[in-house]
Ligand binder design. Structure first.
Ligand code: GLC
Length: 446
């Protein structure tokens, strides 16, 4: 059932920051460039006109099928899928090491929505604006994330938004006819339902110190009315506020009050969806792909009909989800820019995006697909996604130093959740550290 994971880099016991401090990334990078063994790929670029596409492991299994279909219809070149770490931060570090060395063995990159500003700012990825002429057909949020200065540095593939999954069957039995509107309601429903149904956990989410933990922490801050950067002045850090403190306080209360398990401090997407699909948790915060797993009996012990999906609760603020998603980026050093573009065009045609939506429950990025009744009827997260994406999803800070800002947030959110630092101290330290990073970002951009 579970595929072997590769290149988990620092491993569970060590944070990415510690790993970098010990120089581990340098070593890993050297090994990667030398043998390719760490990437689990056999290294090197593709032969002749063939190209390499990199992306994390696909739990839904749709990507290998799409690549096979591309290769079948292509009479010119073929595409090879190079599997990268599922942790977006570890994947980023591997790419950055390759880019810094000017490596051109990966041609097309399946890239996180938070990367283009940073990679484009360093000249690592190609400006696609001359080729990408129908960008008005795509959703504005994901498109916005592809722009840097005057260029467009990626083509959206699918978009993500944090969602709340719940066991409708168990909630009903416990006397709750509606999912929670506030985080307090969630805690109450989770505890009662967990006890009544005898399941292991009330709620699971991504609490580990990594990018997914950043998304979760931000959602608590936003849904309590706080923010990290001033929406009217993205160079002004505003994270130190009573609202942010309230957000992080609610989050850590999930552990303190036994709504979730302390193990959540190590949970990424896989561990949290694992608990839910095994039937061990009443609630789950995760991305849309989990819906596809529920329809697959090899992956899930519970069925889609037992599950409801809704937007995240609020407490004082507006419902808000972190805007996630993945995009096609082209390595500026690749000598196969035309082939790269041909593959991207094919992958982002409505037909392929539709397959990804129907089989992978990944939210399409072309506007027209939100009128497609087959998608709307079969992929409830797409129906919901339309509202959640358009109304609620919020980008993480767009910055050429985003990865550094993110490391700080990951560390402080995790320390607050673990009870090692008070929420007050976490936001006060973040205020200071983020302010100096944002300043560096401004200097780097000028
Ligand atoms: C999802 C999102 C991505 C985010 C990541 C965090 O893959 O699409 O944007 O950075 O989760 O784990």
């Amino acid at each position: 059932m579970r595929r072997t994971r590769i290149g988990r880099g620092p491993g569970r016991g060590m944070s990415r920051k510690d790993f970098l401090k010990t120089g581990g990334a340098g070593l890993a990078g050297a090994a990667l460039l030398g043998s390719g063994a760490l990437a689990g790929c056999g290294g090197g670029g593709a032969e002749g006109d063939d190209i390499v596409f990199s992306w994390g492991p696909d739990d839904t299994g749709v990507l290998p099928k799409l690549i096979e279909a591309f290769n079948k219809q292509s009479d010119g070149f073929k595409v090879t899928y190079r599997e990268m770490p599922s942790d977006t931060g570890e994947y980023f570090d591997q790419l950055r090491t390759q880019f810094q060395a000017g490596a051109s063995d990966i041609d097309v990159i399946g890239g996180d929505v938070i990367w283009p500003a940073q990679f484009a700012g360093n000249g690592y990825i190609a400006d696609l604006s001359d080729r990408f002429t129908d960008s008005d057909q795509f959703l504005p949020g994901p498109m916005e994330a592809m722009r840097f200065e005057d260029g467009i540095f990626g083509v959206p593939w699918y978009t993500d938004a944090g969602l709340l999954y719940y066991r409708q069957d168990l909630l009903e039995k416990a006397g709750f006819s509606e999912p929670p509107e506030t985080w307090e309601d969630l805690a109450e429903q989770a505890k009662k339902t967990q006890q009544d149904a005898g399941v292991q956990f009330g709620f699971v989410f991504q609490g580990a110190e990594y990018e997914g933990g950043v998304c979760n922490g931000l959602e608590y801050i936003w849904t309590h009315g706080g923010d990290v950067l001033d929406p009217n002045d993205p160079n002004k850090v505003v994270v130190e506020s009573p609202e942010s403190v309230a957000g992080l306080t609610t989050q850590r209360a999930m552990i303190e009050d036994g709504v979730t398990t302390r193990a959540v401090l190590q949970y990424q997407e896989d561990e949290s969806h694992g608990a839910f699909v095994r039937g061990d948790s009443v609630f789950l915060r995760n991305w849309p792909y989990v819906y596809a797993l529920l329809s697959n009996p090899d992956e899930s012990e519970i069925k889609p009909r037992q599950v409801g999906v809704t937007s995240l609760p609020v407490s004082g603020g507006k419902s808000a989800s972190a805007l996630g998603g993945w995009n096609f980026l082209v390595n500026a050093a690749s000598e196969k820019q035309d082939q790269a573009w041909e593959f991207i065009r094919w992958m982002t045609e409505p037909e392929q995006l539709k397959k990804n939506a129907l089989e992978g429950s990944r939210l399409p990025v072309r506007r027209e697909l939100y009128e497609d009744s087959e998608i709307l009827d079969n992929v409830p997260v797409a129906r919901l996604g339309k509202d959640v994406i358009i109304q609620n999803s919020r980008p993480r800070p767009v910055s050429p130093v985003y990865s550094d800002i993110s490391l700080e947030m990951a560390e402080k959110f995790s320390a607050s959740l673990a009870g090692e630092m008070s929420p007050e101290e976490a936001v006060a330290t973040l205020q200071e550290e983020m302010s100096s990073l944002v300043k560096q970002g401004q200097e780097a951009a000028s």
